[in-house]
Ligand binder design. Structure first.
Ligand code: F6R
Length: 608
């Protein structure tokens, strides 16, 4: 969603803002803008389109030159993408950038109009906040921000400059993430650490309701009541290189190739004596024994990781697992009981619907466990227990390595829970854990073996209007992710279907040449899936099969076969994910799409 940046320091502010916004492009946006103090006056430049459009406009019309300012990439919510609706927005003496949604903006607008404030130019909720700040501004910026915070509702973060406070940037956070970077004689604000990593690795995490003041290259903080706050300076555990493409044409391809390392880094510290050990994450065998039911709640790809979790946890630990989409779960009045465990999976740790689930669980007596990639994110901080995945920053909008490490953590949890509950013995648990330890190496072999095959097969997909992904059992859970990956970046309509369900309606969609990608890695279900593959091929489908090296299938039954290394059936999802990712990636590349920034999508969905 929208990205916020701000800068105070000796560098050319416009350049810093544009460079930092470039690093937030992955969040998704449709317009961009900056506001910079030039000779004591706020100068604004903004434009619909990409950052390159903004830069071109500034080259034509002149770029604001100064040393303090704010910047923004906008993902339209209130009002279409346009120059006028782009941020920054201004009142008479106040200019702001905003991430999130102001829920009561209509009431505020009515109040302002009733008080003779009628100069609204845009359709945005943001401009209403700029006008409200201006309405209350009495020469004391922090007091004014605090007053406005009491009147606006929603989830948001703001970067603010006041015309009579040159060279100073103010920021406030309510729900939407915001960090404050501290360099030598310079300070920054940003929606995410990668935006400023080029300048500094040191940052403060702004908490709910905290206000930051950036002045003379230093950041200071106060709370909602105006009291000064001392904050802990954190250091990012990655550097500029990890936030760059490192020679790959796209972040997505780089992140696919980073998977072996990401899985290794995630699982290694959680294995002791050949057995999973999650005590460092607050998870003990005693606690795992107590849970009656498990809910896994998440959105999109993270929810698909949960689908694999359902199969694996139920099979091994014999505990009932319900997987739900967070935006459904939060409104369906779910039956959560005292001894239940609610697992929230989220790469960003900031997804609005997933975050809302934590509030829902409070007071039920159930425990919450977050599986999160971004350190210090809201979901990680609010859950009772947290298992961090160590994928490093994921920049491509289409999630790959984050999904893979989510799977790896789910396996560890399932093994530990099954062992704790006595449904598997120590020997079996050690065997499964050892197999998981081998997975990074097998993922690497898979990438090496099939990247070119997938590149070739993807050329057969580019003219398709629609396709199906099918599978049974774990392969079905996996095909949901394969289908999402493909549709989000190739823009080809795609559905995932339980292979056995095709005959109950969907098979009527099959026409000559329609691609059907069958995931068939589960040996125990292979014969059954093979029958379904033959059924669709007999009706003209172009059958593409993902199976292991030993599966008995030939080119009479399928048009293309992508063979992957074999490990135990239960762990095959971590290997079979790779061809699905590569098929999506190369189809998107072959169609000339913007692979890392697919249209209409945002990396972190911080609004409902
Ligand atoms: C798709 C994708 C999304 C996210 C979803 C949840 O490739 O990345 O479907 O998985 O928006 O995001 P997080 O995991 O940040 O909660």
């Amino acid at each position: 969603m929208c990205g916020i940046v701000g800068y105070v320091g000796p560098r050319d502010c416009s350049d810093v803002l544009v460079s930092a916004l470039t690093k937030l492009e992955y969040r998704g946006y449709d317009s961009a803008g900056i506001a910079v103090f030039e000779n004591g006056k706020i100068e604004v430049a903004k434009s619909k389109g990409r950052l390159t459009d903004l830069v071109a406009k500034m080259e034509r019309e002149g770029k604001p030159v100064g040393h303090a300012g704010i910047g923004h990439t906008r993902w339209a919510t209130h009002g279409e993408p346009s120059d006028i609706n782009s941020h920054p927005h201004s009142g008479r003496r106040v200019t702001i950038v905003h991430n999130g949604i102001i829920e009561n903006y209509k009431d505020i607008k009515k109040f302002l109009i009733e008080n003779d404030r009628t100069e609204f130019l845009s359709d945005t909720d943001t401009e209403v906040v700029a006008q409200l700040l201006d309405f209350y501004y009495d020469g004391n910026p922090v007091r004014c921000i605090r007053k406005v915070l009491h009147e606006i509702r929603g989830s948001f973060a703001l970067g603010i400059v006041f015309a009579d406070r040159p060279e100073t940037v103010y920021a406030v956070r309510c729900e939407s993430p915001l960090i404050v970077g501290q360099g030598h004689g310079e300070a920054f604000i940003a929606s995410d650490v990668p935006a400023i990593i080029k300048y500094t690795k040191n940052y403060f995490l702004l908490e709910y309701g905290e206000i930051a003041v950036l002045k003379n290259g230093l950041a200071s903080f106060c709370d909602l009541h105006g009291r000064m706050v001392e904050k802990e300076l954190k250091t990012a555990d990655f550097d500029e290189d990890s936030a760059e493409k490192g020679g790959y044409p796209h972040f997505m391809l780089k992140e696919i190739h980073e998977q072996p390392t990401a899985v290794k880094t995630t699982i290694t510290p959680r294995i002791e004596g050949g057995l999973p050990n999650l005590t460092e994450c607050g998870i003990t065998p005693e606690a795992l024994r107590e849970f009656n039911n498990i809910f896994i709640v998440a959105c999109g790809t993270a929810m698909h990781a949960g689908m694999v979790g359902k199969y694996v946890i139920e099979k091994l630990a014999r505990v009932s697992v319900t997987v739900d989409i967070a935006s459904e779960f939060r409104y369906r009045d779910p039956l959560i009981q005292k001894n239940d465990l609610v697992i929230i999976i989220s790469q960003s740790g900031e997804t609005a619907d997933s975050k809302a689930v934590l509030n829902l669980v409070k007071g039920t007596g159930a425990k919450t466990l977050a599986i999160v990639n971004v350190k210090g994110s809201s979901i990680a901080r609010e859950a009772d227990m947290v298992i961090y995945t160590h994928a490093g920053p994921e920049i491509a909008v289409a999630s790959t390595k984050a999904y893979m490490v989510q799977l790896s953590v789910i396996y560890l949890l399932a093994f530990e829970m099954a062992y704790a509950k006595g449904t598997i013995d120590e020997e079996e648990c050690q065997k499964l854990t050892l197999e998981l330890v081998r997975v990074p190496e097998v993922i690497q072999q898979t990438i090496d073996r099939i990247e070119n095959v997938c590149r070739y097969v993807s050329t057969k997909l580019i003219t398709a209007d629609s396709l199906l992904y099918i599978g049974r059992g774990l392969d079905y859970a996996l095909s949901m992710e394969g289908s999402l990956k493909l549709k989000e970046i190739s823009y080809i309509h795609s559905e995932s279907y339980a292979a056995g369900e095709l005959k109950h309606g969907t098979i009527s969609l099959i026409t000559e040449g329609m691609p059907v990608i069958a995931v068939a890695t589960q040996n125990s279900l292979f014969e059954k899936t093979l029958s379904n593959i033959k059924e669709v091929k007999a009706r003209g489908a172009m059958a593409i099969v993902i199976c292991d090296l030993k599966s008995e299938i030939d080119l009479d039954s399928a048009n293309y076969i992508i063979r992957i290394p074999k490990i135990s059936e239960m762990l095959m999802p971590m290997v079979a994910t790779v061809p699905m990712q590569l098929l999506a990636y190369y189809t998107s590349v072959n169609k000339g799409n913007d692979v890392d920034k697919p249209r209409n999508l945002a990396k972190s969905v911080t609004v409902e």
